[in-house]
Design a binder for this molecule. Structure first.
Ligand code: FSX
Ligand code: SF4
Ligand code: F3S
Length: 374
């Protein structure tokens, strides 16, 4: 890669070229792209071309936006906000009222067929859609208006993907997701409540680099992020295979980090890369099961917000025994890793390398700089 591009990156993002190249390589690996794709990714990120983005907010808690912005080290949100041109976002814009609506219409008119539409939140359809209105327009009308000239649509979060929490039974406002309402445009869903920002970043980078969305599964989710079950990469999987389960919160098995299946963990029927890429900035990142809470299946339509926490998951291809051994003190005995579980964990860790690098990008460079000054 030529020096001009790398210099441009150092100036644009304030990260060292070595860290940046590591990130591009790891991102290409995470997305399962062929060798050489890292150069195309680096070039696309360095390019001054920034795709215009119109970001809508409907029925939601704004957690999707928050998860992008609340990294302790300004890396992910900086990468995202530097590679796109955010032309409309109710929460982040200083402007409001007529001014912000005029900005949205101006951007859409100037970028017909070129802008990316990001939708956060569910769309209520009952009673003419009156339960969510922006600037006097129903969410549904605004969605249709903005989708008409979009190049592609990203449904960010479970609410936009299928209705998520607002659509929980009895679904009083008739909430639903973007894929149900838009059939004539490419729509990618990035479910999760909130979704992992790294999956959003990778999807946007894929669009920026190749001008198309990544490969999707049957539910419209990027395969690179939702192709495996949580259960396949879970660090507690060896306990599952060995029949060691926490029986209730706070018991000995729970304190020892045993499998959370009997506490209602939906990892065996939920597809997502949470255990591989982790969330947040605490230590080197964490995730629900890592903190001792069972996965509630927030990325899986039909599971998250629908299947109660007390209901046991139905593993897709490993049926556990009907009764479970009690937790016993195992002095001197290590946990035996089933080879499939061991390999899956290793593969999962490799897939999460990009997120780990992204998480530490700003931090590492900042540490390097401060070390250099001493
Ligand atoms: Fe909240 Fe987003 Fe959940 Fe929904 O994330 S974190 S309720 S998926 O739309 O803001
Ligand atoms: Fe991990 Fe849950 Fe599977 Fe247990 S049931 S191994 S805690 S994903
Ligand atoms: Fe959601 Fe389960 Fe991941 S609850 S964040 S899919 S571990």
């Amino acid at each position: 890669m030529n020096d001009d591009i790398l210099n441009a990156i150092e100036t644009k993002l304030g990260v060292s070229r070595r860290s940046f190249l590591q990130l591009c390589t790891a991102m290409a690996a995470t997305m399962g792209l062929p060798k050489g794709a890292e150069a195309a990714i680096a070039q696309a990120i360095a390019s001054p071309r920034r795709p215009p983005v119109i970001w809508l907010h409907f029925q939601e808690c704004t957690g999707c936006t928050e998860t992008l912005l609340r990294a302790e080290h300004p890396t992910l949100e900086r990468l995202i906000l530097d590679i796109i041109s955010l032309d409309y976002h109710e929460t982040l814009f200083a402007a409001a009222g007529h001014q912000i609506e005029a900005a949205r219409k101006a951007s859409m008119a100037a970028n017909k067929g070129k802008y990316l539409l990001v939708v956060e939140g569910a769309t209520p359809m009952k009673d003419g859609g009156i339960y969510c209105k922006i600037a006097g327009q129903t969410a549904h009308d605004m969605l249709m208006e903005c989708a008409a000239d979009a190049a592609a649509i990203v449904a960010i979060g479970s609410c936009a993907s299928w209705g998520g929490m607002p659509s929980t039974s009895p679904n009083p406002t008739g909430s639903t997701g973007v894929p149900v309402l838009i059939k004539d445009k490419p729509v990618v869903s990035i479910p999760g409540c909130p979704p992992n920002p790294y999956n959003f970043l990778s999807t946007v980078v894929h669009f920026l680099t190749f001008n198309k969305l990544p490969d999707l599964d049957a539910k419209g989710r990027p395969k690179f992020a939702y192709g495996r079950l949580i259960h396949e990469n879970c660090e507690r999987r060896a306990h599952f295979d060995a029949g060691r389960f926490a029986q209730e919160f706070g018991d000995e098995g729970h304190r020892k980090g045993y499998c959370l299946y009997k506490l209602g963990c939906k990892g065996p029927e939920t597809h997502a890369n949470c255990p591989a890429i982790l969330f947040g900035d605490v230590g080197s990142g964490s995730w629900p099961v890592g903190t001792g809470h069972p996965c509630i299946g927030c990325t899986e339509q039909g599971i998250g917000f629908q299947k109660p926490i007390y209901a046991l998951a139905e593993p897709e291809y490993i049926v556990p025994p009907a009764s479970y051994p009690h937790v016993v003190e195992q002095q001197g005995e290590g946990v035996t890793f089933g080879s499939a579980a061991g390999l899956a964990v290793i593969a999962g860790l490799a897939a999460g390398a990009g997120a780990a690098i992204a998480r530490n990008l700003g931090k590492g460079d900042r540490d390097d700089h401060s070390a250099g000054k001493e």
